[in-house]
Write a protein that binds this ligand. Structure first.
Ligand SMILES: *[C@@H]1O[C@H](CO)[C@@H](O)[C@H](O)[C@H]1NC(C)=O
Ligand SMILES: *[C@@H]1O[C@H](CO)[C@@H](O)[C@H](O)[C@H]1NC(C)=O
Length: 239
């Protein structure tokens, strides 16, 4: 008779199913925690080297933004072997970026899962919300000025060429690149308690494109370049 059979096997299947799901969930949490704990091992770039590099680039090419960018890229390719980290040397590969109400252009110098390095800026000036990033952000001013403030501050912070504007993860500011500004931006996932991962920053980077500018060509190119660079890095084991 089928009825009593079902009655006796149903609780068992139920238990097996939920037991398995719980085990898978615990495994995922364990892997996630473990990856989060060891992710410093994957950092290649060093904030103090990048700061010196930004300052050296400014000193070696005064009034020449393209020269500064060349200086940075050629130093990075000479400092890091191409089997350790991939640098995008095509400095003509710029895309627009709209995020937090601000607009500028990006040249993606490096993108991997745990770190990214951009040249970001605009010659026109822009202003907006920094975004609440899931990674620590170092904004090295090359040209122009960046102004910023956090809610509650009554005076602005002012960053000039050679300075770094450090934005720890999970903080937010209003910022303004007053009369145009270009910067070398470095972000890395860092925090122990929260997963500080570059992919978690992507929604902020894309939201304005999806809901406001509808510039799908820019979105497509940004996604294409980012995934290409992440892929090139993953391929050599740079997470
Ligand atoms: C790269 O830049 C840093 C900082 O300016 C400098 O100390 C280092 O010598 C440079 N390396 C190369 C290979 O140019
Ligand atoms: C850079 O530009 C400023 C302002 O236009 C000028 O005063 C200065 O002499 C320039 N410096 C060089 C090295 O060209």
């Amino acid at each position: 008779m089928p009825a009593p059979k079902r009655a006796s096997s149903e609780p068992q299947t139920f238990l097996t199913k939920w037991g398995l799901r719980t085990i898978i969930l615990l495994l995922l949490i364990w892997v996630g925690t473990w990856l989060d704990r060891i992710k410093e091992r994957w950092y290649v770039f060093d904030p103090s080297h990048l700061h010196q590099l930004a300052q050296a680039a400014i000193a070696s090419s005064p009034n020449d933004t393209a020269g500064m960018i060349q200086h940075i890229v050629s130093n990075l390719t000479r400092t890091y072997p191409s089997n350790q980290v991939k640098i995008n040397v095509d400095s003509s590969e710029w895309v627009f970026n709209n995020a937090g109400g601000a607009m500028g252009a990006l040249y993606i110098v490096h993108a991997s899962i745990t770190e990214y390095l951009f040249i970001f800026g605009t010659p026109l000036g822009t202003e907006g919300h920094s975004g609440i990033l899931s990674a620590d952000d170092y904004f090295h001013i090359l040209v122009g000025e960046q102004w910023a403030f956090s809610a509650g501050q009554l005076e602005m912070e002012r960053y000039t060429p050679g300075m770094v504007h450090y934005l720890p993860r999970a903080t937010a500011k209003q910022y303004k690149m007053h009369e145009g500004c270009f910067a070398l931006e470095y972000a890395r996932g860092e925090n122990e308690r929260y997963a500080g991962w570059i992919p978690l920053m992507v929604p902020f980077g894309l939201a304005d494109g999806l809901t406001s500018t509808l510039d799908f060509i820019t979105l497509y190119n940004t996604g294409r370049i980012t995934l290409r660079e992440m892929g090139r890095n993953l391929f050599i084991g740079k997470i």
